[in-house]
Design a binder for this molecule. Structure first.
Ligand code: NAI
Length: 471
């Protein structure tokens, strides 16, 4: 079966880049990305490619090539569903904020709405692909909704799981050259096998066949949660050691290098930091913890929950370290934040460590000034307002946003590096030092700066995971 028409519901950080690359690599397939958020769709259609709603290196070029040729962004959800042979569901699956499983389970209301909409609209057979990250066994719920609420009894649905492993900041290269593509489906029936083959064929246009892995649906769904849990666990593991390094004069970067050269451990994802952020790690681990709990597997749940506990601790301890180093008071003191995004090369701020560090410091009445090359002021205020710790007015009085890093750091008592943007390494640090209050403190929460030259200038430095006798 050859797919001619793809629809993707959800034009976010996953739906947008993923479909742009499919459209670029499969010019024979029409790809329509739909969303109920008109503002987002307008931004995807913006002639000025610097205004796309998702910032990813290289994404503008991919969109430029395919948009208007075989890649379309639209708010006409019903029409796109009806025309498609294959429908990707790529809507958000946040942690539930209400009811049973509040603060832990995945909120599947957007997924269910999509399934009901597909069932209502579809007049021809559809392959429905779970692109969103979902709890294991969601496919059976989707199948049940599709089969039981379909307007047309003759329409047949096949459900595939095709989780996305791209990382924000490297989405385009990850999509062009994935370690693997995972496709789960019903491999016990000929219709199921046909659906799997149809999706394999799409990817086979640019991904080597041996990297396209097919499994049953449940393994595929669970593998995505497992991958994120393992990655986050590595970060929490090295972060837990960063605190021990600070006490013992060991250096976490040296430890990470030493263990990473062991091929059984491997070198990636061993960078100590102020804590992981992003929309996925926390929510997916909590989701895993919740699933384990619902099966009564308390030890399994506790084991994975510790990854989150460690991460919360790391963010809090970074903030408390700033407060205690600044002579136990930051009240009225200006503290400059370099970076707000949860990592470099993205404008995504969801669950960014910067939000939580800012929240702690604002509670101590510090004056924060932030510079981030890709995040706008409105987003930063929205992030803090969401925590509900203080009034919107207090937040706006306590936190100012600067377009210029030197202005952000001027007259500050301390600088905190919250995101590992490359440009921070190239600043004129002497100039920054000259315009700061003294002693000029620098807290490198990402371990990106070379400390000895900064100490030579006069900075008093703290770097995650290494002890400093001057502090
Ligand atoms: P997002 O929040 O950026 O985008 C989701 C979009 O879906 C929003 O624009 C929203 O308006 C739209 N939407 C929601 N309900 C809709 C409906 N009924 N009809 C039409 N549009 C609807 O989310 P993001 O980051 O793209 O994540 C999507 C899924 O992909 C999540 O399940 C996430 O866990 C998963 N994922 C995310 C990764 C990431 O790095 N952000 C990586 C891999 C997977």
């Amino acid at each position: 079966m050859k797919i001619k028409n793809i629809c993707c519901i959800g034009a976010g950080y996953v739906g947008g880049p993923t479909m742009a690359v499919i459209a670029q690599k499969c010019p024979q397939v029409k790809v329509t990305v739909v969303d109920i958020n008109e503002h987002r769709i307008n931004a995807w259609n913006n002639k000025d490619l610097s205004k796309l709603p998702v910032y990813e290196p290289g994404l503008d070029k991919v969109v430029e090539e395919a948009r208007g040729r075989n890649l379309f962004f639209s708010t006409q959800v019903d029409q796109a569903i009806d025309e498609a042979d294959m429908i990707f569901i790529s809507v958000n699956t946040p942690t539930k904020t209400y009811g049973k499983g509040k603060g832990m389970a995945a909120d599947l209301k957007y997924i269910e709405l999509c399934a009901r909409q597909i069932a209502r609209v579809a007049t021809t057979d559809k392959i429905v692909v779970e692109k969103s990250t979902l709890p294991v066994r969601t496919a059976s719920a989707i199948k049940s909704i599709l089969d039981n609420t379909s307007n047309d009894n003759k329409v047949k649905f096949q459900i595939l799981s095709n989780p996305e492993f791209l990382a924000e900041g490297t989405a385009v290269t990850d999509l062009l050259n994935p370690d693997r593509v995972l496709i789960g489906g019903d491999n016990t029936t000929s219709e199921g096998k046909e659906a799997i083959a149809a999706l394999v064929n799409i990817y086979a246009d640019w991904v080597p066949k041996q990297r396209i892995l097919t499994t049953n649906v449940w393994s595929s769904e669970l593998s995505k949660l497992t991958a994120n849990a393992f990655l986050a666990q590595r970060v929490s593991s090295i972060n837990s050691l960063s605190e021990l390094c600070e006490k013992t004069e060991a250096d976490v970067n040296e430890v990470a290098k030493a263990i990473g050269m062991d091929s059984r451990i491997g070198s990636k994802f061993l960078k100590a930091s102020v804590g992981f952020g992003g929309s996925c790690f926390q929510k997916d681990i909590l989701n895993l913890v919740y699933i384990a709990k619902t099966y009564g597997l308390e030890e399994v749940a506790d084991y994975w929950e510790q990854v989150i506990i460690m991460n919360d601790h790391q963010k809090r301890r970074f903030a408390h370290n700033i407060i205690s180093t600044l002579f136990n008071t930051v009240s009225g003191k200006k503290i400059a934040f370099l970076g707000w995004a949860f990592k470099k090369d993205t404008n995504d701020t969801r669950e960014s460590a910067a939000i939580y560090v800012a929240d702690e410091l604002l509670s101590e009445q510090s004056q924060i000034s932030v510079y981030d090359p890709k995040v706008n002021a409105e987003q930063m205020y929205t992030d803090l307002d969401y925590l509900n710790t203080r009034s919107a007015e207090e937040t706006r009085n306590g936190l100012l946003v600067n377009q210029d890093p030197y202005e952000a750091c001027k007259d500050a008592h301390a600088i905190a590096i919250l995101t590992e943007w490359d440009e921070f390494k190239t600043y004129d640090w002497q100039k920054i030092y000259d315009q700061m209050q003294k002693p000029a403190f620098l807290f490198d929460g990402r371990g990106i700066l070379d400390i000895p030259p900064l100490e030579e200038i006069g900075f008093v430095c703290y770097k995650i995971g290494s002890s400093n006798k001057n502090l």
